[in-house]
Every structure is written in C-alpha cells, then in structure tokens.
Design a protein around this ligand. Structure first.
Ligand code: OGA
Ligand code: NI
Length: 364
C-alpha cells in the first residue's frame, strides 16, 4: 500500500456518489458514463439459476473431517473451482453470525455519516487507504459508481492510524474482531488449496511469512441509469486470496468473467465469496486462475460489500513453484519478483482487467 508522490497526480473533480444522488437523483455525470464496449455481454439471470452458470459452492464443514471421502470430494471440487472459475463461495465457514453482522453494521453506519465526517479520513490521490475512489490517476479517467473506504490491517506497520475512524462507535473493535476471523479463514483455505495441489499443507503459510491483510468497504448507491455506469471497473485482485462479504439481503452486483461472458454471482445466505488473486496464479504457474471481475449497480437498491485482501509479506520473493513447472509440458510462465514491488505496481495503475499481471508474465 505504498503511496505515490501526490504532487505529480492530477485527478480532477471526483464527485462523491452518495452526495450526487442526494442532490440530483436522476443525473449521471459524463465522467461516470462508460463506452458501450465496456458494458459487455451478461448471462441472463434466468440462466444463472442454472447450476452450470454459477460459481461453485464449497462446504467447509466437510473439510473439517480429514481425510474422509467427503473431505476428498470437497477438495476435488475446490481444485476444479480454482482452475475453472478462480471463484467459489464458502458455506459453513464457522465464522459467527454476530461477527459478520457487526462489521456490516459499522460499515453501513460509516457510509451513512455526513460527508464532512467521512472526509476526515481522505484517500489522497495516488494512495489506496481512506475514504474516496482508489486507482484514479488522471483527470479524464472514468469514475466508478461507488464510494470506498479502505484500510491496511495487518501487519500493524501498514496501518495508518489517522485513517481508523473514531465514529461510528465500535468501528475499530469490530474490524479487529472481523479481521482476525477472516485471517484464520484465509490460512485454512490456503491449507486446503495446498492439499488440492498435492503440496504440503503448510506450504503457503511458510512461504508467505507475516501475511499482509487489507480491507476495502465498497458502497454502491443505486443509479437511475445502471446500464450506463460500472460499480467497479473490471480487474483481477493483486492478492493471494480475497474474501468478499455481501451485505445481508444484498442484490446481485458482482460479475465474474467466464468464457467472455459476465456471470452474476448470486449471494448465498451466510456465504462468503472467495477468489484467487494474481499471487496464487503466479505461484501455480497459471493452473489456478486469478479471474477478471467487476461490480454493477441497480436502479432500486444500494449494495455494500466488505472485501479482505490477503497476500504474502512484502519481503517475499514470488515465482511459480517448481512442483508446478515442467520445462517440457508446462514451461514457466512468470518471472520471479518481489511481492512488495508487485503491490506497488498494482496500486499505482488504474484497474484494467488482468493487465497488472503483465508485470510478471514471461512473453514468448
Ligand atoms: C474488489 C471487488 C466486488 C464487489 O473490491 O476487489 O472485486 O462486488 N469487489 O464489491
Ligand atoms: Ni476484486
């Protein structure tokens, strides 16, 4: 989460979307309007109720009993999900409902505060922590129909304590509790992912060192012309794993690119959406995919997501794992690099599909 030199970046006027719809509910300023080609083909919601058109669901309760038939069946499902979709939802994850509800409550209260209060925690141009819009680097860049609040959580050195809000009450405590649970979940998932690849359980944990964890809360207000805008531009995540919580009774908004079509992800009660980030794609030499995704908005209802990015320590050197490379049949696709350098590269460029991974690709 290293900042860029602020003085060199001119981002122009960035409207706060919540304020915008309060003052002019039916107007969509030019800077939010996307080109036709950016909007893409979407699988109709009728089709998405079909199993083929939904990201896989992994039942974590089946993975708590190693090494039964159920366990291996679920591991197989997990490996297929990571290869075919780069996305899955987990159910029965064991995180208490209160922890999930509490973070949702304070996040909602945060976005509901007056703008002056939220502006006490500004995301400065070129940085990615605080309240505002991230990944904006020029005056003519299109804006997403979204307000964001992002914080570095772990290790403590990446925190910017000035940005941890004093209001709403309980925000920091709830975020700490939530982040601890999500951290445990990520460690658990990485174990299962290692097993699914035929590796030792602790492989990722050992490699990652003191893992970096950051949270971003995305608030998507309703939009009078949802077809003209995007909630969040298409991108892949720079993390190893991402955990996405959609607020209760959340409408559909997240879309995953599959076979050149945007597939909406239907929220499951008490489910969490997990996706493979760029780091796991590189480590597995492309076997597990960091898949492009985006968020759209709708006319009636706001949508809130709480997204955790889990990644190796900045010191760690990343390269495809030797077990997953074979000079003859599966040559190495990515070069070796420092994860801190990759993070810096990621946050200093606008979101643009999978372009950030060009940083590491070996071009033939
Ligand atoms: C993200 C992301 C999707 C959403 O924050 O990286 O992909 O639905 N969010 O909020
Ligand atoms: Ni994402």
């Amino acid at each position: 989460m290293a900042p860029l030199p602020i003085s060199s970046i001119r981002v122009g006027k960035i409207d706060d979307v919540q304020e915008l719809i309060k003052s002019k509910p039916n107007k969509v300023p030019e800077r939010f309007i996307r080109e036709e080609y950016e909007r893409g083909v979407v699988v109709s919601s009728l089709k998405t109720h079909h199993l083929h058109h939904q990201i896989p669901v992994i039942d974590l309760s089946k993975l708590s009993k190693p090494y039964t038939d159920d366990f291996f069946f679920e591991i197989l499902k997990l490996s297929q999900a990571c290869e075919d979709w780069g996305f899955f939802q987990v159910i029965n994850h064991g995180i208490e409902v209160e922890v999930v509800e509490d973070i949702e409550k304070v996040a909602t209260e945060f976005f509901d505060m007056p703008l002056e209060e939220k502006k006490k925690y500004p995301m400065e141009p070129g940085t990615v922590q605080g309240y505002g819009q991230a990944f904006i680097f020029s005056e003519d860049q299109k804006l997403d129909w979204c307000n964001m609040f992002a914080l570095g959580v772990h290790p403590p050195q990446i925190r910017n304590p000035k940005l941890w809000p004093s209001k709403p009450a309980g925000f920091s405590e709830n975020l700490e509790d939530y982040s601890k649970e999500i951290r445990k979940l990520c460690k658990r998932l990485l174990k299962y992912i290692a097993i699914s690849l035929g590796l030792k359980e602790e492989r990722f944990e050992k490699m990652f060192g003191e893992a970096v964890q950051a949270v971003r809360m995305n608030y998507y207000p309703p939009c009078s012309s949802p077809d003209l805008v995007l909630g969040l531009s298409p991108h892949s995540d720079g993390s190893a794993l991402t955990v996405l919580q959609q607020s209760k009774n959340s409408c559909v908004g997240l879309q995953v690119l599959k076979d050149n079509t945007w597939v909406p992800v239907l929220p499951l009660p008490n489910g969490l959406v997990i996706n493979i980030g760029d780091t796991i794609e590189v480590l597995t030499n492309g076997k597990y995919k960091s898949v492009e995704h985006r968020a759209v908005t709708n006319r009636e209802k706001e949508r809130l997501t709480i997204v955790t990015f889990y990644a190796p320590n900045y010191e760690v050197e990343i390269e495809p794992m030797s077990e997953l490379v074979d000079d003859e049949t599966n040559p190495c696709k990515y070069r070796s690099y420092n994860h801190g350098d990759y993070s810096y590269h990621y946050v200093s460029n606008k979101l643009q599909g999978k372009k950030s991974l060009d940083f590491a690709k070996i071009l033939n």
